[in-house]
Design a protein around this ligand. Structure first.
Ligand code: ZN
Ligand code: ZN
Length: 182
């Protein structure tokens, strides 16, 4: 059996992980599970930026993948960056096994407004689907409602849906037909 593994990096509330587990299964029709994986924070932490290098986490996530793991999604509350960007909501390997999302800037309190749990959950789901979409070979989509539309600001995440547009949906189906027997 093949799985999408959800790997918490640092502390993540259990309820958010189980909601992701359920919703990602609904979206990709691939079994999902939450798995622990050892991650070394010290090598990816940048003390000047007070952020964590996203690509450094990705490399660790895809190291020693269990044979039944099809895709792995790291989920963290840490603030992520790569050198050319001040921050990232997430990063993924196009057509590869690994993706990571950061919840850090998806919480309302980050922007000085009270937490809204369902809104947060929704944002985390959209960004998780988006990054996993890349691992299934999808590139950015111009359809503003499509989950593969790119988001620079949290408002843009709120404007798009958690669904693939028709064209992206077709791409996912094509991927499934090529890679999954039955
Ligand atoms: Zn993207
Ligand atoms: Zn699309």
């Amino acid at each position: 059996m093949s799985y999408i593994d959800i790997v918490p990096i640092g502390k993540i509330e259990e309820a958010y992980l189980s909601s992701l587990k359920q919703n990602l299964y609904q979206t990709f029709k691939v079994q999902t599970r939450v798995r622990k994986h050892p991650v070394d924070f010290s090598t990816v932490y940048d003390s000047v930026r007070n952020q964590y290098n996203s690509s450094g986490f990705l490399v660790q996530l895809i190291h020693d993948l269990p044979s039944e793991t099809m895709k792995v999604l790291g989920v963290t509350e840490m603030d992520l960056f790569i050198p050319i960007f001040t921050f990232l909501f997430g990063e993924a390997q196009l057509n590869g096994p690994g993706a990571i999302v950061s919840a850090h800037r998806l919480h309302n309190p980050f922007y000085g407004i009270p937490e809204n749990r369902s809104l947060f959950e929704n944002r985390l789901l959209k960004e998780s689907i988006h990054e996993l979409g890349h691992t299934f070979g999808l590139i950015h989509c111009f359809n503003l409602r499509c989950v593969m539309n790119t988001s620079t600001y949290v408002e843009e995440i709120d404007q798009k849906s958690a669904n693939f547009c028709k064209a992206c949906e077709q791409e996912i189906l094509r991927w499934r037909n090529e890679h999954l027997v039955d």
